[in-house]
Ligand binder design. Sequence first.
Ligand code: NAG
Length: 233
Amino acid sequence: MQGPKYTTLILQLAFFLFFFVSVICAQSLPPAKSDGFVYGDHRVDWDAILIEAFLDPVCPDSRDAWPPLKQALAHYGDRVRLIAHLLPLPYHDNAFAASRAIHIVNDLSGPATFKLLEWFFKYQEKFYNAQTRNLTRTEVVNEIVKAASQAVGSSFYSSLESGFNDRKTDLKTRVSFKYSASRGVYGTPTFFVNGFQLPDSGSALDFNGWKTFIDPLIGEKSAKNEENLHFFL
Ligand SMILES: *[C@@H]1O[C@H](CO)[C@@H](O)[C@H](O)[C@H]1NC(C)=O
């Protein structure tokens, strides 16, 4: 009976394999810069209500959630602020490349980041699984580089192209995925308000939905300010 011997051998092999794989996959975390794209160019008010949105650029529900979220941001102005995180879902074949393109563009120009995200929302159907079934990975990346540089400006073309050969942009996109996973997010869109997850993740929230969540918080804040005022008077 050689059973136990083989079992030990297999266990040892598994251990070495695990060790090997974890060394190869190791990546220095935490990253030098925290994940997420800050929306808008107004001064960051740390007292503002923080919305965190986890989005996939080729996810239809993320696309549908974006216009009402933008409407809410316009409505509340500097009383709310948004940080967008990318979560490239593994069952969307081109989500990682699309997210990587957004990271590349963000490195080049902050304002172009959301322009490209919106471009993906508008034309994401081109990059759905069925539509790209016959394309190679390289063909898809070339298509993204070509189309994205048309969206954000032709001056981005060569930087986008070289960005896809730069391992750093791959790692940044991985950090986005890992960050989302570390927050327990597994679907898009998912929203957090002041650090707490809103219910109904994975489906779009309309403008009235946003008002239902945000209005009471703003009400509480102004009530508190008044209380403080009475206290000091
Ligand atoms: C992919 O190729 C198959 C076989 O040639 C074809 O029937 C199908 O329509 C193609 N799909 C797309 C999205 O181009």
